[in-house]
Design a protein around this ligand. Structure first.
Ligand SMILES: [Zn+2]
Length: 169
């Protein structure tokens, strides 16, 4: 297991649609170990495979209150609340940048565990927000896609610095 380099905006891999996982063998187990180690090191709430350079439909998320870690493969939204909440949201691929994003309060997702068992998980509040954020990473959607013109202007300097860092291409 290894702590991987987190890909930062505007790395191309962050915009790619990630591939479904069909093999639950060693490669997938290694991917999850790397995701967990990298997330632990970075103190984030969630991390999706494309963020560590693997274009696969997998993510990890932590529920700090319940002290539980979720390892999810090929997730889809099965149901969601019609009521939304707006909250500030950050991303390990956008260090020190936060945008206000409206998301459903409650969701039900289905998918697979890291070992290929079919699962359904209900989440609300921060955990629901985290799941939706990580799932969007698998389709190349990023927090900046929700940002208003004013928010982008506010973070212009930080965004320019990210764009100017050749390691992020
Ligand atoms: Zn993110």
């Amino acid at each position: 297991m290894t702590v991987r380099r987190i890909r930062k905006y505007p790395a191309e891999i962050l915009r790619k649609k990630a591939e479904e996982i069909t093999d639950f063998g060693k490669k997938t187990q290694d991917l999850f170990r790397d995701l967990e180690e990298t997330l632990e090191k970075s103190c984030g709430l969630g991390l999706a495979a494309p963020q560590i350079g693997m274009s696969r439909r997998a993510f990890v998320a932590v529920d700090r209150e319940e002290k539980k870690i979720y390892r999810i493969v090929n997730p889809v939204i099965a149901d969601m609340d019609s009521e939304n909440d707006i909250d500030m949201e950050g991303c390990l691929s956008f260090p020190e940048i936060y945008f206000a994003i409206s998301r459903p309060k409650k969701i039900l997702i289905s998918g697979y565990t890291s070992t290929g068992k079919k699962i359904k998980i209900q989440a609300e509040g921060i955990l629901a927000r985290c799941f939706l954020h990580e799932m969007e990473h698998l389709d190349g959607i990023l927090i900046i896609d929700y940002a208003s013109k004013q928010e982008k202007e506010f973070y212009q300097e930080k965004l320019n610095r990210l764009i100017g860092t050749s390691a992020n291409k």
